[in-house]
Write a protein that binds this ligand. Structure first.
Ligand code: CU
Length: 143
C-alpha cells in the first residue's frame, strides 16, 4: 500500500514556494542611513560612473545618482542576468521602481538590499541624445 505522503509534501512545497514570491516586507525606511552603503554615481552623456558598481551580497545600498550635463534616467533590472524570470527579485527596493528621472544638476537616490549575487544591468531611461541607447552600466553583487 502506497502512502499518500509524497502528494502532501508536494503541496506543502508548492505552497511555500508561492508565499516566498509574494512581495518582500518593505520595511526599509528611506531616512535611515545606519548600515547603508552610499555610492555616488554620476550620469552624463553617455555613461554612468563608476560602472560596474560592486557591492557585497546582503548590503543595503543607496545609489546617489547625479545627472551632471543633461536630464538622464536610471532603470535597473531587479533580476540578475540569466535568472529565471519567475525567481524572486535579487534586488529588494525600498520603494517601487520604474524609470527614475534625474533632472540636470539633480541627484536621485535609489535604495535597495542586494539580496542575490549576480550582474544587474542598468540603463538610462530618459532620452538624452544620439547615443542614449548606449548609456548603460552594471551592478555586480558579489557573494
Ligand atoms: Cu539617456
Amino acid at each position: 500500500m502506497r502512502s499518500p505522503l509524497p502528494v502532501s509534501l508536494l503541496m506543502v512545497a508548492t505552497l511555500s514556494l508561492t508565499s516566498s514570491t509574494v512581495a518582500r516586507p518593505a520595511n526599509l525606511s528611506p531616512g535611515a542611513t545606519e548600515g547603508v552603503q552610499v555610492i555616488d554615481v554620476t550620469a552624463k552623456k553617455y555613461e554612468f560612473n563608476p560602472s560596474p558598481i560592486r557591492v557585497k551580497q546582503g548590503a543595503r545600498v543607496q545609489l546617489k545618482i547625479t545627472a551632471t550635463d543633461h536630464a538622464h534616467g536610471f532603470r535597473i533590472r531587479e533580476m540578475p542576468d540569466g535568472a529565471d524570470t519567475k525567481a524572486k527579485a535579487g534586488l529588494v527596493f525600498a520603494s517601487p521602481q520604474d524609470c527614475q528621472k534625474i533632472e540636470k544638476g539633480q541627484t536621485a537616490t535609489i535604495e535597495f538590499v542586494a539580496q542575490t549575487p549576480g550582474t544587474y544591468p542598468f540603463r538610462c531611461c530618459v532620452h538624452c541624445g544620439w547615443h542614449h541607447r548606449a548609456m548603460t552600466g552594471q551592478l555586480i553583487v558579489e557573494p
